[in-house]
Design a protein around this ligand. Structure first.
Ligand code: PMP
Length: 413
């Protein structure tokens, strides 16, 4: 008997599968609000000026442009230096971590790759227990269960009834988790929580991190949207700065895992540019060497080495002061447009959470629509949200906002 003939059909990807439906929809007014890719006010996916200029520099530099050789297993050394400086010196204000050689760093296949390598490393050496928020990016569960975690635990995050952070239940849940002999990882969204767009307030974060520290959990921080919360890249690293506050948290027993992506904030989606940093509990060069050696082994067994072109763009951008300045502006403009979309929708719908800047952030707005309502939007109006009711604000513009808001109003009745 052939086992390959018995392979069952996997469910369609919860997010990317919907675009296939959208593409087939003949409705001329259709709007795709499923995917988290930034579009400008004309509905176009554009390249940031800072990124386009970096590309030009690379294209004009024959040496850079023509070198299509392999990168090392852990990525390009310059990329490592530039990204670590950007993250740990500039964003987090902890240059001593670099000086003390306390960070085990690899260039990854964007944020997804960073989470996957972190998951594989954790499950091999440290723990196969992880708590992820309910809700979360649908791929988190997929990544952990494909990389050595038998299952994942879901901690209460979002109260669908009130549209608020389910704060007390979150803390209670963590405190009541049984201790099964191993420390437990906890996945945290650094900012712009996906899919809800709702982040804890700074005070809530402090209480949450206090609890996580007390319980000796291992923070696995997914920072896919640095810059998209406030429009300021540096400001948005606040969760990392909090975790690294040594007065409050002198010793993270098993370190801190940071999975970082330039997909959204540099618009490098398809180039797969990101990083995994493991902040080790103490400065110990032998420990770092051992951790690095194992990360390399994992990478080698999956894809050998990361792609080159996108990381060169990031490299040039981060190491050229005027381009970096331009990049900060580009991110700010993107966020300003997303905020203007929120405002335009608020003017039409009068839904206050659309413009609550303290807690509603980023590219997504969570409608709290039921699956039935999401289906109604799709079949009656050709408007596509993900099934959990997440709406990507980036697909909204002056041309479709009236039609969209009228439909949202009708469906919410
Ligand atoms: N984490 C979250 C929460 C995300 O929303 C995304 C992008 N959808 C990612 C990680 C990773 O994206 P990428 O692999 O494109 O960097």
């Amino acid at each position: 008997t052939s086992l390959v003939e018995k392979v069952p059909l996997a469910p369609a990807d919860k997010i990317l599968g919907l675009t296939a439906f959208y593409n087939r929809d003949p409705n001329p007014k259709k709007i795709n609000l499923t995917v988290g890719v930034y579009q400008d006010a004309w509905g176009k996916v554009t390249t940031f000026p800072s990124v386009a200029k970096s590309q030009k520099l690379i294209d004009n530099d024959l040496l850079l442009n023509k070198n299509l050789s392999y990168l090392p297993i852990t990525g390009c050394k310059d990329f490592e230096t530039n990204v670590m400086n950007f993250l740990f010196k500039e964003s987090m204000h902890h240059p001593e971590l670099i000086e003390q050689d306390r960070i085990s760093f690899i260039q990854t296949l964007s944020g997804t790759g960073a989470v996957a390598i972190a998951a594989s490393f954790l499950s091999t050496f440290i723990t196969n227990e992880i708590s992820v928020p309910n809700y979360s990016w649908a791929n988190h569960t997929n990544i952990f269960t494909k990389n050595g975690f038998p299952s994942v635990d879901y901690y209460p995050y979002y109260d669908r009834k009130t549209g608020q952070i389910d704060f007390q239940n979150w803390i209670n849940h963590l405190k009541n988790l049984p201790f099964l002999g191993k420390p437990r990882g906890i996945l945290l969204h650094a900012s712009c929580h996906n899919p809800t767009g709702l982040d804890p307030t700074r005070q809530q974060w402090e209480k949450i991190i206090d609890t996580i520290y007390e319980l000796k959990m291992i923070p696995v921080i997914d920072m896919a949207y640095q810059g998209l919360e406030t429009g300021n890249l540096i400001e948005d690293a606040h969760l990392l700065r909090l975790c690294l506050n040594t007065d409050k948290y002198p010793h993270w027993n098993n370190g801190i895992f940071l999975c970082q992506s330039f997909a959204k904030n540099m618009g490098l989606y398809g180039e797969r540019v990101g990083s995994l940093s493991i902040v080790l509990p103490e400065a110990d060069s032998q420990l770092k060497e051992r951790v690095n050696s194992q990360l390399k082994r994992i990478v080698r067994g999956i894809y050998s080495s990361p792609p080159g072109y996108g990381s060169r763009i990031a490299n040039v951008l981060l190491s050229t002061p005027n381009l970096k300045k331009q990049w900060f502006k580009d991110v700010k403009s993107m966020v300003e447009r997303l905020q203007s979309v929120r405002l335009a929708m608020f003017e039409r719908l009068n839904w206050p959470d659309l413009i609550n800047k303290e807690s509603n952030h980023g590219m997504f707005y969570f409608t709290r629509f039921s699956e039935g309502q999401v289906n109604e939007l799709r079949t009656k109006y050709g408007i596509y949200l993900t099934l959990d009711g997440r709406l990507s604000l980036s697909g909204v513009n002056n041309y479709n906002v009236d039609y969209l808001c009228e439909a949202l109003q009708n469906v919410s009745k």
